[in-house]
Design a protein around this ligand. Structure first.
Ligand SMILES: [Zn+2]
Length: 256
């Protein structure tokens, strides 16, 4: 990349509040947005802070909106590490991940890139050997959980990952059952129990982002998952996952 000469005016007017402020780290943020020709992004810190106040459940979305504008990465592990403190988060990102952009974001935890995951078939992130399809399933499932529950610490994240893996396993046992493999029904029952137990002990608080599900606990959400509506509503781009859940549902209905 060629070095760009960025303008550093002494004063700059905030695009939002129309106030002219003396330019510096106290008033504005530096950024990586290639279409903004000033060293500091023309939205003042006051306005950004103001934008983040309010509904806690939608705060993450607003944080991502600003990160997109600043073209800085959203790294969920760091967000959790800094206890959802924007000031500390952005300070860390700007100094330690200064060249990273929003495209380098890590949405579902863990620092490992997907490319590493797929190379050997062993996924560091998921601690095991998985096919690309499986990894897509796991990532999609985890994203759904992260959207619907307040997953705010490493222990939550660990549970969420285990639940995603249990769901994948259950899915596979289902497939075996539908192929009529012997002993598959027993295996499915066991996998379902593991999934249910994990879901119960995770005991996540529901985020109000998912209020439309009208369910109060994860075990209830599990039912919704099995009805194939849960992921569809919140991870609409994961069509594969939805299809698979729907497919499962058909077989549940058939076997009843
Ligand atoms: Zn402003």
């Amino acid at each position: 990349m060629t070095e760009r000469v960025l303008k550093e005016p002494e004063y700059m007017t905030c695009l939002n509040c129309d106030t002219s402020r003396k330019v510096g780290t106290a008033t504005y943020y530096e950024h990586n947005n290639p279409l903004v020709g000033t060293k500091y992004y023309p939205l003042c810190k006051k306005c950004i802070k103001q934008f983040f106040t309010g509904d806690e459940d939608t705060k993450q979305q607003r944080i991502k909106t600003i990160l997109q504008q600043l073209n800085r990465p959203w790294i969920v592990d760091k967000w959790i590490y800094f206890k959802e403190d924007w000031g500390q988060y952005i300070k860390h990102i700007a100094s330690f991940h200064g060249s990273k952009t929003f495209l380098d974001s890590e949405f579902s935890g863990d620092h490992n890139q997907e490319e590493d995951d797929c190379e050997s078939g062993f996924s560091e992130k998921w601690r095991g050997k998985y096919s690309i399809d499986d990894i897509n399933f796991l990532n999609g499932y985890l994203d759904g959980l992260m959207n619907d529950f307040k997953i705010i610490n490493t222990s939550h994240l660990d549970y969420a990952k285990k639940i995603s893996k249990a769901s994948l396993h259950m899915d596979k046992c289902f497939e075996e059952m539908q192929n009529g493999e012997s002993g598959a029904d027993k295996k499915y029952e066991t996998s379902k129990k593991i999934f249910d137990d994990l879901s119960k002990s995770a005991n996540f608080a529901e985020s109000s982002r998912s209020k439309d599900n009208a369910s109060g606990s994860l075990s209830k959400i599990v039912d919704t998952v099995e009805n194939g509506t849960y992921v569809y509503q919140h991870v609409p781009f994961e069509q594969d996952l939805y299809d698979r859940l729907l497919e499962n549902q058909k077989h549940v209905e058939k076997s009843l």
